[in-house]
Design a protein around this ligand. Structure first.
Ligand SMILES: [Zn+2]
Length: 336
């Protein structure tokens, strides 16, 4: 991995959180005279009550039938003390925990944002290998915990990180995408399917390298804002709805007409607004044909607009290589 990839964001390690996580081991239902077998998911012997009740041995990969009738055919509701679930997701960030573990933050398709503990992932011989690195699109199996879930199985679906980390422009754009997706999905386990699909699509496009990284990033920003309900007005005045627009005012919510224009609003080229519309709609033919100066102006406006809508700036935007237009747009928008 290149050095710039190692220089990740400075995630802090909460002291003692490993002990707390251990103390939070969820209560489990154990059948009477449970056979001493290991759960297929790697849980300690006898931990997974349903699996052991059904005589499932270690290594079985068909899924733990939590809540299904136990051995003997009598329907017995699973008490939910330990529940297993499977989902696919994109690794947003990782955080060291204790000596060998990591907390992995993942945006999943069905469950939303999840924080899971990957035990022993930092050991050389970890069974997870390098599958839980940022940008990876993975299939996961998790044990629900009271606070943090425990990742028990990982399979790589698409290792987008390989192609993204190898190129500095893609890496910085990708890092900003992960951070934005993390910020726009504030609550854990609140399904965010559209944001997930946007992120997977954005990382795939970035990894393929078929479009300039900056355009991919701006398209992702604009669409993420639209998904979050903050789509900028681009074709008519954000205040009065007039069609003739002259300026771009971040606080007003997009382009504004001559009479609604507040003091200090930026006046971008018409081609810049056209590029923003193309990126929002996914019109790549038009976006790829745009001129560098309009791309630069578009990046400045989109970054300023995004940061205005988030409480704190996107830190990784500082690393995104940007050529800024002559004037500064918006307070903390200048990230060079
Ligand atoms: Zn107006």
């Amino acid at each position: 991995m290149p050095d710039h990839a190692r220089a990740g964001l400075p995630w802090r390690t909460p002291e003692g959180s490993r002990r707390r996580a251990a103390a939070r081991s969820p209560a489990v239902w154990l059948p009477r005279r449970a056979p001493a077998r290991a759960c297929w998911a790697g849980a300690r012997v006898g931990l997974c009550g349903v699996a052991s009740a059904m005589g499932i041995r270690a290594g079985f990969r068909g899924g733990c039938p939590g809540g299904l009738p136990a051995a003997g055919g009598r329907a017995r509701p699973y008490d939910g003390g330990v529940s297993l679930y499977r989902d696919e997701g994109v690794v947003l960030r990782t955080q060291k925990l204790g000596e060998a573990d990591r907390i992995i933050t993942i945006l999943t398709r069905r469950t939303g944002k999840v924080r899971g503990v990957a035990k022993g992932v930092r050991r050389t011989m970890s069974r997870f290998g390098a599958r839980l690195e940022p940008f990876s699109h993975v299939d996961l199996q998790l044990h629900s915990g009271r606070s943090l879930d425990v990742i028990t199985q990982v399979e790589t679906l698409h290792p987008y990180g390989e192609a993204i980390v190898a190129d500095y422009a893609r890496y910085t754009a990708g890092t900003a995408m992960l951070e934005t997706a993390d910020r726009l999905t504030a609550g854990e386990k609140e399904p965010a399917l559209r944001q997930f699909l946007l992120l997977v699509g954005g990382l795939r496009t970035l990894a393929e390298g078929s479009h300039e990284a900056r355009l991919v990033l701006d398209a992702f920003f604009l669409r993420s804002l639209a998904v979050a309900g903050y789509a900028p007005a681009l074709s008519e005045c954000a205040r009065c709805g007039a069609e003739a627009t002259r300026a771009f005012a971040i606080a007003a919510g997009g382009v504004v007409c001559g009479s609604c224009r507040p003091a200090g609003a930026a006046v971008p080229a018409a081609e810049t607004i056209a590029l923003m519309i193309a990126l929002l709609r996914g019109d790549w033919a038009a976006a790829d044909a745009s001129e560098p100066r309009h791309r630069a102006e578009c990046s400045g406006l989109v970054a300023a607009y995004l940061q205005w809508h988030l409480e704190h700036g996107i830190r990784s935007l500082r690393h995104v290589e940007r050529e800024w237009p002559g004037q500064m747009i918006g307070g903390e928008a200048r990230v060079t």
